[in-house]
Design a protein around this ligand. Structure first.
Ligand SMILES: [Zn+2]
Length: 161
């Protein structure tokens, strides 16, 4: 059953009325790149100057909903834009893709799949305000967790990817 998502496209595809990434507001959002399957836009609001979003043109919610050609373009653009950021903007760059179906969509949270590229540097506000808190949350992996996740994360083959 877990492989059904790969053999058939998700029914949750196409245009979704009211979705801010299906209907990008040109006043609020600057499109910096428009490609066959993907748009690159400046995140607004942003977590850091130059915060970029890569958004598939089709409304999908999970990476596994993407067709192979969409995946390939998304990853290629992710690498290219990250290199632009690292060579011309900041020494670091976060790549994030959040899938949180447990949160209702709102002004900040959008269900339409998108990947964040967040330019980072040692003295940025995100580092100063978040990293110190986040660092305190790291815990050592217990033997029980090691056993559990070693078993859980065994991939049986490409169809599990
Ligand atoms: Zn959408």
């Amino acid at each position: 059953m877990k492989n059904a998502r790969l053999s058939a496209p998700s029914p949750n595809t196409g245009y979704v009325p009211g979705c801010p990434f299906c209907d990008i507001d040109p006043v609020r959002t600057t499109v910096v790149g428009s490609f066959s399957f993907t748009k690159a836009v400046l995140s607004n609001p942003c977590l850091a100057p130059g915060h970029l979003l890569l958004i598939p043109r089709r409304h999908v919610e999970r990476l596994s909903d993407l067709h192979p050609v969409e995946r390939e373009e998304l990853v290629t653009l992710l690498i290219r834009y990250q290199e632009v950021i690292l060579h011309r903007l900041t020494p670091g760059c976060d790549v994030r893709q959040n899938y949180h179906p447990f949160e209702p969509a709102g002004d900040i949270k959008v269900d339409h799949l998108h990947v964040h590229l967040i330019p980072r540097s040692l003295d940025d506000e995100l580092y100063q305000r978040v990293a110190s808190v986040e660092d305190s949350l790291f815990q050592m992996v217990t033997p029980q967790e090691r056993h559990r996740f070693l078993a859980l994360y065994q991939l049986g083959g490409p169809e599990d990817s």
